[in-house]
Design a protein around this ligand. Sequence first.
Ligand code: GLN
Length: 248
Amino acid sequence: MKELKILYLYPDLLELYGDYGNIQVLKYRLEKRGFKAIIDKYCINDDAPDFNSYDLVFAGGGADNEQSILSKDLIKYKDDIKKAVQSGVFFLLICGAYQLFGKYYKGVEGNIVNGLAVFDYYTEAIEDRKKRCIGNIVISANLNGKETKVIGFENHGGQTFDINTSFGKVLYGNGNKFGDSQEGFMTENVIATYLHGPLLSKNPEVADYIIKYCLDRKYNENLILEKLDDTFETLCRNQLLEIFKDSQ
Ligand code: GLN
């Protein structure tokens, strides 16, 4: 049976916004198609993970305090993570994790949290707790050449700068900073985004894009994934897009 190995980073600290749901969706959509999902969790002081042995690394969102705590641990793996990114391991990073893969995150108190600098962007929160990008968000992302509406919920004080390749164009909501036209960061094997939701529960096409990438890379194939019954997901999406349509 074909399988994917998933590494879930800091499930105890980066779990403020329910992003664990992304792991559940990946597991569900893999197993529904007869693939095995092996999910390992890594917390501070666990044995060092072998990042290159995984097909997908996932980390979710969290508060400034938790980001500051874990950054001291995460930085230990800077070189291993860089190698894994370069070798094509897929990284799905949500909000707080997204920020920590850049040069630094400057928190709402003005404190600098060193990032991994795997990517050149950086993030600075507005030093006013009331000034946060909060609300529903819709972007248009290019997934293998297909423009796809991606729906989520954003909740971040951090404003991210110096993005050269975004995850998508903002149709409704803020994006990388207040009133930005772009949201997130994307390369062939990285999706870093502010979209909570959880992201993959609202966007099955994004989940399947990631699953296909990982299986194709691991088994050196060009798989056509079996279509799943997404009736319910589609109903929810259409209802949400209807609500936001006048603002796009
Ligand atoms: N603490 C960070 C911020 O406020 C990240 C928040 C999050 O992960 N949703 O920007």
